[in-house]
Ligand binder design. Sequence first.
Ligand code: V3L
Length: 86
Amino acid sequence: FDEGYQWFYEGRNGWWQYDDRTSVELESKYKTGNKVFELLIAGFLYIVDLENMVQYRRNDRTKKRRVRRDLSSIPGVKGVAGLKMA
Ligand code: V3L
């Protein structure tokens, strides 16, 4: 990772950091210029589209969440992969 950068997906009123394994995968795809790819997240296949910076379940494309690569110090981070920050 570049110094201080992290991957986030959109929550209701803020951003969730991706879990470590998924973050490493995202960073690797990002670095190789891979724009659209599948990821297994909590047992479901998701499409990540880095051209439009969104993710959505492969078999339900109606619920799109924004994706963001930004400094880990951004405001509004709720926690990691659904686990609220202490
Ligand atoms: N990593 C982990 N869980 C995810 C991810 C991901 N990248 N994408 C979706 N889910 P959907 P608030 C989120 C979960 O988009 O209160 C948060 O992690 C998603 O979890 O329709 O709204 C929280 O746990 C949701 O439970 O595929 O901010 C939860 O929402 C489920 O997959 C509530 O967060 C369906 O999301």
